[in-house]
Design a protein around this ligand. Structure first.
Ligand code: FE2
Length: 301
């Protein structure tokens, strides 16, 4: 398998300061205090130099998903496979790689136009996480699981068949669950394809079969216990952020979580208790329910 984890997200924000306040005071992430010539701000959740790069922009949207290869040979092999399949890869220069704290990367689009950055050799500084809200740790891996990545993201891929082929056959992700959530009568069929990388997290990336504003359906960060989730929910409510979904527990990754809208409108899932899977003994599931309980949605407007 070529992709080890989702290492980082690059997010454009019309108000990076508001996003940073949300990231630190609500989510409990740490301001990485990195200098950036273009005015980006950085949030960290573990010993990676950052997991989220917030860049000043005219719109609030996902700019790129950073996918990590384990080493240079895996990265070169993947790049060659993609080029042979007709994809054009743009090589990042030294400055752009330094900005992402990676050894090297290439940029490409998936078949639905989502931007991906494939990289290897993240440069770690091992500064400890000091959460401004006292979050003890974010679940991004340990000595037993290896790096689990920052969490997960769901990308809009209206041409789901082409996207699924691209992610599974070229990038080497494995399918963990195919979800057909119950829809109101007359609504178009909705499908979410959950995929895992080469780590035990039940899904690192999922595909949604419709377009979606902001270029991402949601992104997820995970903490270590229910109390941390509850405290974040209290902080989000107290600060007046829109709670997109009440507390609930998902099928498939078992995540017990709520959803909150970040400034600018990107949905952030905040959860704990995500399933870790032994892929050698796993049979992908096909599901017709999204939740065991809860997750009552409240879409603004
Ligand atoms: Fe999720």
């Amino acid at each position: 398998m070529s992709i080890a984890s989702i290492g980082y997200l690059r997010i454009a924000a019309t108000d990076t300061a508001a996003w940073m306040t949300f990231g630190t005071e609500i989510l409990g992430l740490m301001d990485a205090r990195r200098e950036d010539a273009a005015g980006a701000r950085f949030l960290r959740m573990d010993d990676h130099p950052f997991r989220f790069m917030l860049e000043p922009g005219d719109a609030d949207e996902l700019l790129a998903t950073g996918l990590e290869c384990r080493d240079r040979s895996a990265w070169l092999e993947l790049c060659e496979r993609l080029r042979n399949a007709g994809h054009s890869l743009e090589e990042g220069d030294t400055d752009a790689a330094a900005r992402r704290c990676v050894t090297a990367f290439v940029t490409l689009q998936d078949p639905s136009g989502n931007t991906l950055e494939l990289y290897y050799g993240r440069r770690l500084d091992y500064a400890p996480l000091v959460s401004p809200t006292g979050v003890k740790r974010f679940i991004t891996g340990d000595e037993y699981t290896g790096d689990l990545g920052f969490g997960h993201a769901v990308l809009p891929t209206p041409d789901m068949e082409a996207a699924a082929t691209f992610y599974t056959e070229l990038l080497g992700l494995g399918v963990s669950d195919e979800l057909y959530p119950p829809m109101p009568e007359g609504a178009p069929e909705s499908k979410v394809l959950f995929m895992h990388a080469d780590n035990p997290r039940q899904h690192s990336l999922a595909l949604y079969n419709h377009p979606f504003p902001g270029g991402v359906v949601h992104m997820m960060v995970e903490v270590s216990c229910l109390d941390e989730v509850g405290r974040a929910l209290d902080r989000a409510k107290a600060a007046g952020h829109t709670i997109l979904a009440s507390l609930g527990r998902h099928i498939n990754d078992n995540m017990c979580s709520f959803y909150v809208l970040a400034p600018g409108g990107i949905a952030v899932e905040y959860g704990y208790d995500g399933l870790l899977v032994d892929w050698d003994n796993y049979t992908p599931t096909v599901s017709t329910e999204g939740d065991h309980w809860g997750h009552e949605y409240n879409f603004p407007g």
